[in-house]
Design a protein. Structure first.
Length: 331
């Protein structure tokens, strides 16, 4: 129950940060492009620094490697399962065209950075953030391949350009962080025995980490600004769009519970924290990057923003439930 109290407290804090962004956006206290600017700062600068500093200071072992591979491949597996569930739901509700494609994309792509990173860090510390980074790479693999195909399905797709997007600040930071981690593992204590090198590395790490840690409040500020941009005429309009509520049910409860049941039978070959991270990442609301991509490619931007709004609000209520189930089933 302690973890449930922690997540409720953390979600309350994150909600307050998001509310600050929402009010700043609604009152025009911040300029209209503030959300775009903050998003780019996070994606291109603070998140890569956070990823690099998180990886660079870790110790690597055989158990870590097993869990890293488990998080990546199980992440891909469950995201693909989510896609097929979304496809079945889309077909059953007779969605068509760009709306159907966005629905399928959102059933797979979650808010695995902006909301997940602050939550994982508060619940599990550096270990949670570390595995969260690995899951993000799994998410990005599908986002920039299958996801771009879906959002751009009504146009000609340049596969080579989409694959190039896999090389971004996050993946570069991941590679550099792993490189430093491996070098530290190979050299061992010999680095620590060089006082100037050790002091310099600590100074650089702390400096970069101070900027990388701003990812958490900036992410929530961004989510608040994004939600402020959504035009809400009547709340009843959302209840008429039953497909969004069905998407929320699949994404926030059914898929995470399926993953929870599966992972409860996997034994000890994967770190329990890694299991929790997989489940929580799958329980994240719809990814905020999808509306931006939908607008860029001329797809259904309105549907994408509505998906984000509804699942984010409902996700605040469902995540404590998922954490409670995790603590009950996975010891």
């Amino acid at each position: 129950m302690e973890e449930v109290k922690i997540i409720i407290n953390q979600i309350s804090m994150l909600t307050l940060l998001g509310l600050i962004g929402f009010i700043a956006g609604k009152t025009k206290y911040l300029p209209g492009n503030a959300g775009t600017v903050i998003s780019r700062v996070v994606v291109k600068l603070t998140a890569p620094l956070l990823i690099f500093t998180t990886l660079a200071k870790r110790e690597l072992s055989i158990d870590n490697i097993t869990s890293i591979l488990g998080v990546y491949f199980l992440g891909v597996m469950f995201l693909v399962i989510s896609y097929f569930i979304g496809s079945a739901g889309s077909k059953a509700m007779r969605l068509e065209g760009a709306t159907a494609n966005i629905y399928k994309m959102h059933s797979m792509v979650g808010n695995v950075v902006f909301l997940a990173f602050p939550l994982l860090s508060s619940l599990f510390g550096d270990d949670g953030l570390f595995y969260g980074v690995i899951f993000t790479i799994a998410n990005d693999t599908l986002l920039w391949t299958l996801g771009i195909f879906l959002v751009n399905k009504h146009k000609k797709t340049n596969v080579k350009e989409n694959l190039k997007r896999l090389i971004n600040g996050n993946t570069v930071a991941l590679c550099l962080g792993l490189l430093v981690l491996i070098i530290r593992m190979v050299l061992g204590q010999s680095v620590s025995n060089l006082p100037y090198v050790h002091k310099a590395s600590v100074f650089i790490h702390d400096t970069l980490n101070s900027l990388g840690s701003t990812t958490f409040p900036l992410s929530m500020l961004f989510i608040g600004l994004i939600l402020a941009e959504i035009k809400i005429e009547k709340v009843s309009d959302f209840t008429k769009r039953v497909y969004i509520l069905v998407l929320a049910l699949f994404k926030l409860i059914i898929v995470p519970v399926l993953a929870l049941i599966f992972l409860s039978f996997t034994g000890n070959w994967i770190d329990p924290i890694a299991k929790f991270v997989i489940i929580l990442q799958l329980a994240m609301p719809c990814g905020t990057i999808v509306p931006a991509l939908a607008a860029e490619y001329g797809s259904d931007y309105r549907s994408a923003t509505e998906n984000v709004f509804v699942t984010t609000i409902l996700g605040i209520l469902t995540m404590p439930l998922i954490v409670y189930l995790m603590q009950t089933i996975i010891k």
